[in-house]
Each structure stands twice: as structure tokens, then as C-alpha cells.
Design a protein around this ligand. Structure first.
Ligand code: SAM
Length: 283
């Protein structure tokens, strides 16, 4: 009789508080033949804390493509194997994709052991609409690339979420403020489940101000959530000040340039500015 395949378990681990490991996760991590961990030294802290002595090998972004076939072969021969990342759910901005893809292609059962995930924890506490939402993972590191990305998302109506490092959080919010209106609702979820957990929901202007003023708000790990652009709230007329800006620009430039500059200055939709410019220019 052919030997039964083992199972590949995708085990979520805590994102800060070591107690956030489920009973089933502990059982599975004790039962499997091997735990593939993103960083074995990091894994040992968690495993020791929970009295788990299973053998660990490393599976990280630099070796996973090569290591995947060897792990799959072991599972095909009957071993059950778990993968864990340094924190949270594997594959969510973490290693594991080549292995899971290969497991499916090899007819191996892939079983998730759900638990902590910074994205879901932040979303659940954000007070922003959760369906639909878009997860962008880590966003680009350079200002130009970030702003280009934000431009593609500025009129998205769903909540959008991304991971950002403490080194770039201030620059990231500054870039956001260059593209989105200052009154857009933003949530930053910092150090979730840890001592300095901070979840703040406020306007983009206020959040940027807070992060600029308080160095503590530039420390730790961050999830950033942006409220979608609400169509109902889109203005259908210009304010007096916006109209004055447009009138001034129309005196100096073509309609196209005036509208483009006015959009940059006021953050009002170009379509609305065009209509106003045409109305203002018609005799
Ligand atoms: N797989 C993980 C998960 O399920 O959330 C994410 C791993 S990714 C390499 C690490 C990033 O997740 C951090 O830079 C931060 O943006 C976010 N993150 C992880 N733990 C967090 C926490 N406790 N609080 C806030 N953000 C966290």
C-alpha cells in the first residue's frame, strides 16, 4: 500500500504577545516532524516559551525557492511539516509562497492554522469599513514610487491597507498628504498586542502632525489604513476660495494648465474644476 502523504501546515504565530498562539497551533507544532521557520533563532524563543521541542530548519526569502522541493519530497514520503514566519501569518508579506504553490501542484494537503495577522488585527480595530478592502503589503521605499502608488489609489472607494516601517512612516504620511485631501480618514495601528499598542483614527492632516510632533510615534511596527474615497461626499461645487484660485490661474494660463494647477493646489477633482473653468470662461 502506498504511503500516505503528510500535510503542509501554515501556522500563524504571535505578532507581539507570545500568548497569542492558539492551542491547536501548539498541538500541531508539537506533532509535526519539522518546523520550517523564517529565522530559527527567533522561532526558538517562541517554541521554548510553549515547551515545543520539534526540530526546526530555516525557510526564508533567500532559500525558499531552492528548499521547497526538498520539503515537498519529505511530505510526499509521509512527513507532516509546519511553516512559521517571524510573526503573524506566513505568506502575508512573509515567505512561503513557492512552497504552498508547489504543495498544491504536488497534490499535497495545505492546512492553515489561523491566528494573529497584523493586517486583520488592525482592520478589525480600525473603525473603517472592512468590506471591501485592499491590502498592498509593503509599499515602495522611494517617495516618487510611493506617490505614484497613492495616485492610483486616491479615488479607490474601498479601505486600503499597507505595512510600513518606522524608518519611513513620517515620509510615507507626508507623501500621502501630497496626494490625498487632508480630511481623509486614516488609521495607524502601531505595536499591536505589545506594551505600546496605539491605534489612532483621525484625519490625514492630524495623523501627520501627530507623527511629526511625537518621536515615539515613529517607533515600532505599523499598519496604515486609509478610508476609501466616498463618492457621496464628493463636492459638486467649488468653495469660494477654490473658485478664487481657479479665477486667478485662468487669468495667467490656459484652461488645461489652470485646471491642472488648481487640482494640485486644492485637491479638487479635475472634472469639477474643468466644468467650473468652462463656466467661468464662457461669455
Ligand atoms: N506575516 C505578518 C502578518 O501576518 O501580519 C507580517 C509580516 S511583515 C514581514 C512585518 C510587518 O507587519 C511590519 O513591518 C509591520 O508593518 C506589520 N506588523 C507586524 N507586527 C505588527 C504589530 N505588532 N503591530 C503593527 N504592525 C505589525
Amino acid at each position: 500500500m502506498p504511503k500516505q502523504h503528510g500535510t503542509l501546515y501554515i501556522v500563524a504565530t504571535p505578532i507581539g504577545n507570545l500568548a497569542d498562539l492558539s492551542i491547536r497551533a501548539i498541538q500541531i507544532l508539537q506533532q509535526v516532524e519539522l518546523i520550517c521557520a523564517e529565522d530559527t533563532r527567533h522561532a526558538h524563543t517562541l517554541l521554548q516559551h510553549h515547551g515545543i521541542n520539534t526540530h526546526c530548519s530555516s525557510l526564508h526569502q533567500h532559500n525558499e525557492a531552492q528548499a521547497a522541493q526538498g520539503i515537498i519530497n519529505k511530505i510526499l514520503q509521509g512527513a507532516s511539516i509546519a511553516i512559521i514566519s517571524d510573526a503573524g501569518t506566513p505568506l502575508i508579506s512573509d515567505p512561503g509562497m513557492p512552497l504552498v504553490t508547489l504543495a498544491h501542484a504536488s497534490g499535497i494537503d495545505v492546512s492553515p492554522i489561523p491566528g494573529a495577522c497584523a493586517l486583520i488585527a488592525a482592520l478589525s480595530a480600525s473603525g473603517l469599513p472592512v468590506t471591501p478592502f485592499t491590502f498592498l503589503g509593503f509599499i515602495p521605499r522611494t517617495s516618487n514610487a510611493r506617490q505614484s502608488l497613492f495616485k492610483t489609489k486616491q479615488h479607490a472607494t474601498e479601505t486600503w491597507v499597507f505595512y510600513e516601517s518606522c524608518h519611513r512612516i513620517k515620509h510615507c504620511l507626508t507623501d500621502l498628504a501630497a496626494i490625498l485631501p487632508g480630511n481623509r480618514q486614516v488609521v495607524i495601528a502601531r505595536e499591536i498586542t505589545k506594551l505600546h499598542e496605539t491605534i489612532i483614527k483621525a484625519s490625514l492632516t492630524d495623523i501627520l502632525h501627530l507623527v511629526e510632533q511625537d518621536n515615539n510615534m515613529q517607533r515600532g511596527e505599523f499598519v496604515v489604513l486609509i478610508a476609501g474615497d466616498t463618492i457621496e461626499k464628493k463636492p459638486t461645487t467649488l468653495t469660494e476660495q477654490q473658485q478664487d484660485i481657479l479665477v486667478t490661474l485662468l487669468k495667467e494660463c490656459s484652461i488645461k494648465t489652470a485646471v491642472s494647477l488648481a487640482a494640485d493646489i486644492t485637491k479638487v477633482r479635475k472634472k469639477l474644476l474643468y466644468q467650473a473653468a468652462l463656466d467661468l470662461s464662457s461669455p
